[in-house]
Write a new protein. Structure first.
Length: 417
């Protein structure tokens, strides 16, 4: 998704003025906004040809190789113990530290000697605020900062910044507006090659999706036309940050993606987002308890129990351990970024993080809806609720005496044999 963000124009954020809008000559800002679908900030976007990375596992797995192949990018690993191969990246990090981070309260420094008396007590920035501050600083300061020691060879004495250099290159060679389609998000997700079951749908990561979805009806029990290693299987893409649904591309309509919901989802939208880490934890707990569910609906109570157990209402937000706080915060941050990356989500900014009280209320609603659904499924005909005490008393007057004729008729009536 980081490589995808390089290809996308950065949208204007709330509080940004006209001075931060698209400033480059040759292409009017209105034209760029028409192509992008929103007002574009003054940050270049382009399709990279080569990406240099170190030897971390996240840069060498099958997923990043597939993403690079989809985007047409060449991955160039840097030489071991040679930071000069990534000099631009290393210098950018050093510039961010010296020009921004060192000026903020709560900066801990790179060494104990650089640390203040109480950096934890001075920390006043949340993660969302820090992300917004960094984005504003990049557009307003970094792109307009004068490059004294890195002036171009054709004008060594001129006053240049990243914005002016990009404008000069655009005036000389032009700008190629290659804005990717929104469906690129689905193409970059990890693909799982599975079979489509006639009754339960597809199984991804231990969970079943699309059990009653009509989109899979033409393909249930059929083999795909794929050959090779995954012969006869269907490609299903899933975002590991939000496992409530997976995405399936219709073979008869390329580019048309359908969302397949998890079979165990309760009615409504109250179930909080959960990642693949939470799914593995649920499956481990089910195996430890000896539970062999017939459908994924039986896993929902255990999932809700783990969500509520890890972040109980009474423990928000002070009584949680540091590990539980970091784990829950990481899962919520991943869910927010996944929601922002989807094409249907607004690209202006990340959605505001939900408060602990809102999360607790959503969890309670999901638990209540699941219990009500199981009770309704267990009883074929719902029982008739009895009248309330007040309604039973108001049905007749307690102080109304019966008529004498009615009493005499009841006394003269013969008793049944």
């Amino acid at each position: 998704m980081l490589l995808r963000d390089v290809l996308l124009p950065l949208p204007m954020r709330p509080g940004w003025g006209e001075e931060l809008e698209w400033p480059y000559p040759g292409v009017p800002a209105a034209l760029v906004a028409e192509f992008a679908g929103h007002r574009v900030a003054g940050l270049p976007f382009f399709a990279p040809e080569t990406v240099t990375s170190d030897h971390g596992s996240v840069y060498k797995n099958h997923q990043i190789v597939q993403v690079a192949r989809t985007l047409g990018v060449e991955l160039l690993p840097a030489r071991a113990m040679r930071p000069t191969d990534k000099a631009a990246c290393e210098r950018a990090f050093a510039g961010i530290q010296s020009l921004l981070l060192e000026l903020l309260l709560g900066f801990r420094g790179v060494d104990v000697a650089d640390r203040g008396v109480d950096p934890e007590g001075d920390a006043v920035w949340t993660l969302a605020e820090m992300e917004h501050l960094l984005a504003t600083w990049i557009v307003a300061v970094w792109q307009n900062r004068r490059l004294d020691q890195y002036s171009p060879a054709w004008d060594p004495g001129g006053r240049h910044s990243p914005n002016t250099l990009f404008a000069a290159a655009a005036a000389r060679d032009g700008i190629s507006l290659e804005i990717p389609e929104p469906s690129l998000y689905y193409e970059l997700l990890p693909a799982h090659f599975v079979k489509i079951d006639r009754r339960r749908g597809v199984k991804i990561g231990g969970l079943w999706y699309g059990g009653t979805d009509p989109v899979l009806e033409p393909y249930r029990g059929r083999r795909s036309g794929r050959s090779g290693r995954h012969e006869g299987k269907w490609a299903i893409n899933r975002d590991p940050r939000d496992c409530r649904e997976v995405h399936f591309e219709d073979p008869e309509h390329p580019g048309l993606w359908h969302a397949l919901s998890w079979n165990g989802l309760p009615p409504g939208d109250d179930l909080p987002a959960f990642s693949d880490t939470r799914v593995r934890e649920v499956l481990r707990e089910a195996a430890r308890a000896g539970l062999k569910p017939r459908d994924d609906g039986e896993l929902l109570p255990m999932l809700l129990h783990l969500v509520a157990a890890r972040t109980p209402v009474t423990a928000w937000p002070t009584q949680m351990t540091a590990k539980q706080k970091s784990e829950r915060a990481r899962e919520l941050a991943r869910a927010r970024t996944a929601d922002a990356d989807r094409p249907s989500a607004p690209l202006s900014a990340l959605p505001p993080p939900a408060r602990p009280a809102e999360l607790a209320q959503r969890t309670r609603r999901a638990v209540t809806a699941d219990r009500q659904q199981r009770r309704e499924a267990a009883v074929s005909q719902p029982p008739t609720p009895p009248l309330l005490l007040g309604e039973a008393l108001r049905a007749r007057n307690l102080f109304l005496l019966p008529d004498e004729d009615d009493d005499q008729a009841s006394e003269q009536s013969p008793e049944p044999a």
